[in-house]
Design a protein around this ligand. Structure first.
Ligand code: ATP
Ligand code: MG
Length: 482
């Protein structure tokens, strides 16, 4: 009786298919924690996983530990716990994608993704601290401390089953069809991104010869590249970014359609383009990535106006210097501020617009009009988040203030919360030859000087003093009364 009541209160409502699996999670449900039966279930669930695993041996190459030698100590604890939880509940679960690729390349993975045959709801039930997210792809975020593991359900072929939608150009707009592990592998982009690592058996399942491609340093699209780019044009950017970041050669058939299909990027939602651009610029290999983008004419659709900027020698020098700087910072483990980066990418466009506005307005209001115009034009193609555009405007807005080296103004500028970013931006302008190096040197010295030296460094104000208008005399009240 008590047990029945206990079940009613604590046991989640389960579907028939998941009931037996979920009963067996010793760490997650109150009942199973104490039940001997659950220990047996865990064992049998593990066995089920091994059996399923064996099913893939026909279609995948199974790479044993002695061949891949993935160092288990490089795996995140959270990823291991996620896989353990799912496997104990009777589901298939693997580390997948970029993490397996990076481990095989002896790199530290940036993050760990897990793929499973459990549906989002089932995953959600296995982990108390988890939530279902996303629309285009429904995923589950499983939280362990401050680490989040993204868990996705194996996806199926969108051509064959019901819930996927494509637009006229073949781009997939909604895609929530679940499938087998094998189908999931085929839907991934590159062969090296379609390997599945089971930390329990320490085996890697390789469906598309990704392991061989890793060893020869080749980035190869799964399936027909033209079709895959049409389904998702962002894959073109991923090809460029991953090859630059990982030092891989893009295989000819994967490379050749890119230049022809570059225009399809116009179709991609601005927010998605922004996320991908951010990854590209902050990969530590931005200079190389941008060079390949230009060679493939991909930059036209990316940052509207970036192509224009890169075509002016001064603009190109400035952008390339900024990207070199960012790469150096990232590769030495420092962070890079996206606002600063986007401010540099668009600065020469702001300068051009500013010149035009100056013909009809004073310099500062003209600068503000120019900044707004550039941001607005950008926003049509690339949704730079508001929190970034606000800082970009601050950095740009500070630039004319560096020209003012008289009176109290330089002291006020030093206290600006974004002074450091504005100053770094100024130094880049000096380095690119846009403004005289002396200006940057002055600010470096000024910021580091003591109060007395600072005052002695100020320039004398030679600008004509504004004359105050004399207040007009009020007409005397007794006019005409005498
Ligand atoms: P990074 O090192 O930048 O994280 P990644 O390959 O892990 O690279 P993610 O965006 O984290 O990139 O994607 C995880 C995995 O999802 C990829 O390895 C790939 O298998 C798959 N994937 C991501 N984007 C696409 C896409 N546009 N088309 C097909 N598969 C994709
Ligand atoms: Mg990743």
């Amino acid at each position: 009786m008590i047990r029945k009541l206990f079940n009613k209160i604590f046991k989640p409502r389960l579907t028939k298919s998941t009931r037996s699996n979920l009963e067996s999670q010793p760490t997650e449900t109150a009942l199973s924690r104490t039940s001997n039966r659950s220990a047996l279930n865990v064992k049998s669930n593990r066995k089920k996983t091994v059996d399923k695993h064996n099913n893939y041996r026909d279609s995948a190459t199974v790479i044993p530990f002695k061949t891949h030698q993935i160092d288990r100590s490089l795996l995140s604890n959270a990823a291991l716990k996620t896989i353990d939880g799912l496997q104990k509940a009777g589901f298939d679960a693997y580390i997948v994608g970029g993490a397996v690729r990076d481990l095989l390349l002896n790199r530290h993975p940036k993050d760990f993704d897990v793929a499973t045959d459990a549906t989002p709801e089932e995953i959600n039930r296995v982990f108390r601290r988890s939530r279902i997210i996303g629309r285009r792809f429904r995923l589950v975020h499983v939280l362990f401390g401050d680490e989040t593991i993204e868990v996705s359900t194996f996806r199926g072929h969108h051509e064959t089953k019901g819930d996927a939608q494509t637009n006229e150009s073949g781009r997939i707009i909604r895609d929530n069809i679940f499938g087998s592990l094998e189908e999931d592998a085929t839907r991934r982009d590159f062969t090296i991104n379609a390997m599945y690592y089971d930390p329990t058996s320490q085996e890697v399942l390789d469906f598309h010869h990704g392991f061989a491609d890793i060893q020869t340093g080749v980035l190869r699209m799964i399936g027909k590249p033209e079709t895959r780019y049409a389904e998702d044009p962002v894959r073109m950017l991923r090809a460029v970014r991953l090859s630059a970041k990982l030092g891989l050669t893009i295989e000819p058939a994967t490379m050749s359609p890119i230049a022809k299909m570059a225009d399809l990027l116009q179709d991609v939602p601005p927010s998605r383009l922004f996320d991908e651009m951010l990854k590209l610029f902050l990969s530590g290999h931005a200079v190389e990535s941008v060079s390949v983008l230009r060679a493939q004419h991909l930059h036209h659709g990316l940052l509207p106006m970036l192509d224009v900027v890169l075509e002016q020698p001064m603009g190109e020098r400035f952008v390339m210097l900024a990207l070199e700087n960012t790469d150096t910072r990232i590769l030495s483990g420092k962070s890079a501020n996206p606002s600063f980066l986007f401010a540099t990418l668009l600065w020469h466009e702001v300068l051009t617009a500013w010149e035009t506005y100056k013909t009809e307005a004073p310099p500062i209001p003209a600068l503000h009009s120019a900044m707004n115009e550039v941001i607005a034009t950008q926003a049509e193609k690339l949704a730079i988040h508001n929190r970034f555009t606000a800082t970009m405007k601050e950095i740009w807005g500070m630039q004319p203030r560096f020209e003012q080296r008289t009176g109290k103004r330089p002291f006020a500028l030093l206290t600006h919360p974004r002074y450091r970013a504005g100053y770094d931006f100024l130094l880049l302008r000096c380095e690119s030859g846009e403004v005289h190096a002396e200006l940057g040197e002055w600010w470096t010295a000024f910021a580091n000087a003591d109060a007395e030296t600072k005052t002695s460094m100020l320039q004398t104000d030679t600008a004509p003093k504004k004359r105050r208008k004399k207040p007009r005399k009020k007409p005397s009240s007794n006019v005409g009364t005498s």
